[in-house]
Design a protein around this ligand. Structure first.
Ligand SMILES: [Zn+2]
Length: 533
């Protein structure tokens, strides 16, 4: 036989053998790890990149895929809504999670997103009441994975915040969150009657106390934090390194405001992988981690702080260690990893103003309410406010035989006289609001017919409601709140980058498409096809 021909046959044989190995390896991932960083803006990937090592964010960019223009599709950019949207591919209009809290007209009170009085706390003191995903009205990646495997997948949600673990784990996964009064990771009888041994044993080791022994030393010299506002007088008053050891055995809440809040969350996540043997067999498991600490710190000092810069430098190292661990435990290329955020954050208004940039910390303004009550001879008007929405007291207006539509119109006109307000509109008529289509759609997707208020108030870009002049917040439709990172790595993921506009609600549909399972029941997203191998 011709030697050249033989060589060609051998090469074809070799290539097809590789193909078969790949096919075997790519049937499904052993583990899906979804990570949400609470309050991470997209630009933090690049803002601090020169400070990152090779194994964390830079490794994802080098080996994985990044969606550079991923946005939140609804207006109320807060924690609960973001965590629900990523895992359900759905929006408040359909999945029922329309804020961290909202007002319920039927119950005549404010409702917390994951409250549930019909269950009991497991593993803790219960100071904050029992929690569950009962208010979540559509299935999630977790539930669809369970439905696809006849509930043989193992699903674990972990976060310091209850809503950060409960909503991602869906209605059929298990969730654990941190109780700041006991220092324990806890759960509820929605999930189980007793903590598994691995979780109880983690709690008994009081890892939080050992973390309090570590002072918060900056990763680099203070002077090198040139991306942040070093002139802030807080650094003279509260210099680094900062010591937390006085909290040991006393205050378990303080950990959330230190970089070690992430360390604690990752330690519990690894305990969950070991304890539940996640990613060991061929049935895909899901670990949904949410890192709450960047949000706690970000609210108090804002994104232009040495604290936030250092939190991300340290988070980058946590990521590198976690990937090394997963490579060894589950196998490189055997797990699908994605990282995103529930929302971004506004700059501290005073910092913006010091550079002549548009921003303001507003106080709530009652002028419109008072003017409307006077005009119509009412003694009450507003029943509640939540998520920049006003719930008018419909029963009272009825009892006064007031013209609801006329009252509402007059009230909206008065709100619009407030110079801090961009505009207010009638929530029932969003489709007719004269807003750029992109923004109008965000309000439509955030509008839940049963749970929404009567009037939506929209403030100007850069404006926040705040009583803390040093701090900041999020929750608006603007890009600093809605433009989030979306990074992918591992099983089934191409190396690459895309600048196409995609949405937070596309994540669940993409993950379920990659797994060849049904999309969640309230899914509104499309598939981010560019990243799929
Ligand atoms: Zn958040």
């Amino acid at each position: 036989m011709n030697r050249g021909f033989l060589l060609v046959i051998m090469i074809i044989g070799f290539l097809s053998a590789i193909g078969q190995t790949n096919q075997k390896a790519t049937k499904s991932p052993k583990l899906i790890v979804g990570m949400m960083v609470d309050q991470m803006r997209w630009d933090f990937i690049y803002r601090y990149q020169h400070r990152y090592g090779e194994g964390g964010f830079k490794r994802i960019l080098r080996e994985g895929f990044t969606n550079e223009d991923a946005h939140i599709p609804y207006a109320q950019t807060v924690t609960a809504v973001g965590h629900a949207c990523v895992y359900t591919g759905s929006v408040p209009a359909l999945n029922g999670i329309m804020g961290n809290e909202w007002y319920d007209r039927r119950l005549k009170r404010s409702v917390y997103c994951v409250e549930d009085d019909s269950v009991q706390v497991v593993g803790g003191k219960g100071n904050f009441g029992p929690m569950s995903p009962r208010n979540l009205q559509s299935t999630s990646i977790a539930d669809e994975l369970n439905l696809a495997t006849n509930f043989r997948s193992k699903i674990v949600g972990v976060a310091l915040k209850d809503r950060g673990s409960i909503l991602p784990a869906g209605r059929s996964g298990n969730a654990y969150w941190y109780e700041s009064t006991s220092g324990n990771f806890i759960t509820s009888t929605w999930y189980m009657n007793n903590l598994p041994n691995w979780a109880a044993s983690f709690n008994s080791r009081k890892v939080v106390d050992s973390l309090y022994d570590l002072p918060w030393s900056l990763s680099y010299p203070f002077e090198s934090y040139v991306q942040s506002d070093q002139r802030n007088p807080s650094y003279a008053k509260n210099p680094f390194p900062r010591n937390f050891s006085s909290n040991k055995g006393k205050s378990y809440a303080a950990i959330a405001n230190t970089p070690w809040g992430n360390t604690l969350t990752m330690a519990f996540s690894i305990a969950a992988i070991e304890g539940e043997q996640l990613g060991i067999d061929s049935i895909p498991d899901l670990l949904a981690i949410s890192l709450s600490t960047p949000d706690y710190i970000g609210h108090s000092v804002g994104p232009n702080s040495v604290e936030i810069e250092d939190v991300y430098i340290k988070l980058d190292r946590e990521l590198a260690n976690f990937f090394t661990y997963l490579d060894k435990k589950v196998g490189k290329g055997q797990y699908l990893f994605f990282l995103t955020a529930d929302h971004g954050v506004a700059h501290v208004p005073a910092y913006m103003q010091s550079h002549n940039l548009p921003a303001k910390a507003m106080r709530s303004n009652k002028n419109a309410e008072q003017a409307t009550m006077k005009k119509f001879g009412l003694s009450r008007l507003v029943e509640a406010t939540a998520n920049h929405q006003v719930y008018l007291d419909r029963h009272y207006l009825d009892s006064m035989k007031a013209d609801y539509e006329a009252v509402k119109r007059f009230y909206i006109d008065r709100i619009n006289e407030d110079p801090d307000v961009l505009f207010a509109f009638d929530n029932a008529a969003i489709a007719h609001v004269n807003l750029p289509a992109e923004y109008r759609e965000m309000f439509q997707k955030g509008y839940n017919r049963e749970l929404a208020g009567d009037v939506q108030v929209v403030h100007r870009p850069g404006y926040i409601y705040s009583s803390n002049p040093a701090g900041t917040t999020h929750g608006s439709m603007y890009p600093y709140d809605s433009h989030i990172p979306l990074l992918w790595m591992g099983w089934g993921v191409k190396q690459g980058i895309s600048h196409r506009r995609v949405y937070m609600s596309d994540i669940a549909g993409t993950v379920t498409a990659m797994l060849k399972i049904q999309a969640p029941s309230g899914n509104v997203g499309t598939i981010i096809y560019e990243l799929i191998k």
